[in-house]
Design a protein around this ligand. Sequence first.
Ligand code: SAH
Ligand code: SF4
Length: 343
Amino acid sequence: MRNILDLEKEELHTYLRSLGQPDYRVGQLWSGLYGSYFNRWDQFTTLPSNLRHHLEEDFSIQPFCEVTAIQTPDGFTKKMLFQLPDGNPLESVLMYSGERISICISSQSGCSVGCKFCATGKLGWKHDLSSGEILAQVLYFVRELNEDQQKITNIVIMGMGEPFLNYEQLKKAILTMNDHDGLNIGSRRITVSTIGIPEQILRFGQDFSQVNLAISLHASNNQQRDELVPINKKYPIEKILEAVRQYIAVTNRRVTFEYILIKDLNDGPEDAIRLGNLLHGLLCHVNLIPLNPTEHFHRFPPAPEAVRSFRNILIDHHVPVTIRSSKGTQIRAGCGQLAGKLS
Ligand code: SAH
Ligand code: SF4
């Protein structure tokens, strides 16, 4: 059965016309799905019952089921584990931080890139999410928050998977998030994190000049990056930076580089100097992420002083930098810890 959330407005038009329905029904259906966040067909009371009946026969409205929710003791982070109809896992995280209510959503179940430090990478590729499956994660939290009159302030597409290896579906989903007649989530409140696929970076800049872009760099030379991020052999650092320069020329937007700090591997002063020289003068910002523990990567984060000295060297190179405090590591909801199982 098809998932109704996979259909763009135009496709809904075609479907409804095939049933002899007037065009204004599209607006009613759309605002029920994305404005009122209905997840049962009987909630669409503006639609005639024979149409509701057709919709119910032809489409599902909930593309996955909820398996478990797990929360940190402070209640600030909550990880959801869902199951897709093919049995594969899907994880999404809700995070409260000051005024911000962010959700971190997935673009794939598993990931084919296989970064050494990442639990999702270890899981391997399972399933490319459809646009409706990406959107359903947003709607899930929107509904939950709506009950407490709260709203999502930020969406990060940084959960399981590599979004630029599922670009078409990602694009469709972001366009629906942006839609003024529905979710109406502004581009500047959305961030996509990628391992760095040069041609997709350019495409993304053309398609979404206002959506934030974060690139997982993690190393300052190819030898180091080859070790950590196998896809670097295909898309080495210089190719990524070339694409980023072109992206900035088109969008004039600041790019974030994520850099996981791993003790005795990429956290020394020489690494910081090399990174500073590499990024100096580029319209960018570095987000340092002390490594989160995962089962299969036997390395550690550096001590807090080492993290601070790394940051100071970047500041000396006039590269803007922040240190990310990882949320939800106790419940394996931190970056790179999403592996489709619950501790
Ligand atoms: N595939 C995309 C998005 C998902 S990974 C990407 O790689 O950017 C989201 C973020 O988590 C990335 O910055 C990634 O590098 C980081 N991450 C992965 N494993 C991690 C770990 N063990 N500790 C800290 N961050 C990790
Ligand atoms: Fe995939 Fe990103 Fe994990 Fe690498 S870090 S394996 S690209 S999800």
